[in-house]
Design a protein around this ligand. Structure first.
Ligand SMILES: [Zn+2]
Length: 267
């Protein structure tokens, strides 16, 4: 009995120290990732990494940033000030008039149905909130984090250039089998008015929205993917899509030709 209790006590004690060890390692890994981000990424990008509390989601975002390096500046989402400055500009009016033309064409072809667009530019803070709460990011991040811990590039000194290089090479080369449905915070084309999500409505209710689990029931069975595409093709010359790298029948990229902005505004 005494011996059993002693054994149980030892097992229990060992479990606790293992558990505590895991927590300490996790906190260390998170601090390590922030330190690595500060070394490898531009300051505003490293600040976004620091705003992601969970290590796996942090690491997955860093993978995108490292793979995007060189193009980070031109893609980085607008600040709240830049979003406010966009309002009322010729560029914003040109975007809105194409959205209006697509909506009108769609209503004409599909009596009783309409298009809903949430046209506010998606700020960096909003993207960080989505990233921190999204399930697909959690799954993909966990897979990446687990692989990282096993990669041999995890327990390195964050300031050692060779260790940094090994980390960067490994992370850029790793592709998780489970993909996140979101662009890493700051990289969404929605963050600088370069993408629009079109939803289908009827009498104020959503008929086909932005729910991945309802793509087949809402978009495919309803035929809305083709119907939306027809109206975008007819009336939205600056739009291309829908997105297929991740299946999003509602998402169209927006890239106005130079000169088109002025032409639309003068009409
Ligand atoms: Zn979208």
């Amino acid at each position: 009995m005494t011996r059993l209790r002693k054994t149980l006590g030892m097992v229990f004690g060992a479990s606790i120290s293992l558990f505590l060890g895991a927590i300490v390692a996790l906190a260390e890994d998170i601090a390590e990732l922030d330190a690595i981000a500060a070394q490898l990424l531009p300051e505003k990008v490293a600040t976004a990494v620091a705003a992601i509390p969970e290590g796996p989601r942090k690491l997955l975002a860093m993978r995108s940033y490292l793979r995007f390096s060189g193009k980070l500046e031109e893609r980085w989402s607008w600040t709240e000030e830049e979003i406010a400055a966009f309002k009322g500009t010729e560029a914003q009016q040109a975007l809105q008039s194409e959205i209006d033309a697509i909506s009108a064409d769609f209503a004409e072809r599909n009596r009783g149905y309409g298009i809903y667009v949430h046209s506010r530019v998606r700020s960096l803070d909003t993207q960080i909130d989505h990233w921190n709460g999204n399930d697909s990011v959690g799954v993909s991040g966990a897979e990446t984090y687990d692989a990282w811990l096993k990669s041999g590039t995890a327990s390195t000194s964050p300031t050692d250039p060779e260790a940094l290089a090994r980390f960067e090479t490994w992370l850029k080369g790793f592709t998780p089998a489970n993909r996140a449905h979101l662009a890493a915070p700051g990289l969404s084309r929605h963050g600088r008015a370069q993408a629009i999500d079109f939803q289908i409505t009827k009498d104020g209710e959503t008929v086909a929205g932005t729910d991945y689990d309802a793509i087949e029931t809402e978009w495919q069975q309803g035929g809305w993917e083709e119907k939306l595409k027809a109206s975008v093709t007819a009336a939205g010359p600056s739009f291309s899509g829908p997105l297929t790298s991740i299946n999003e029948p509602w998402h169209y990229d927006y890239a106005p030709q130079p000169g088109m902005v002025g032409a639309t505004a003068s009409q």
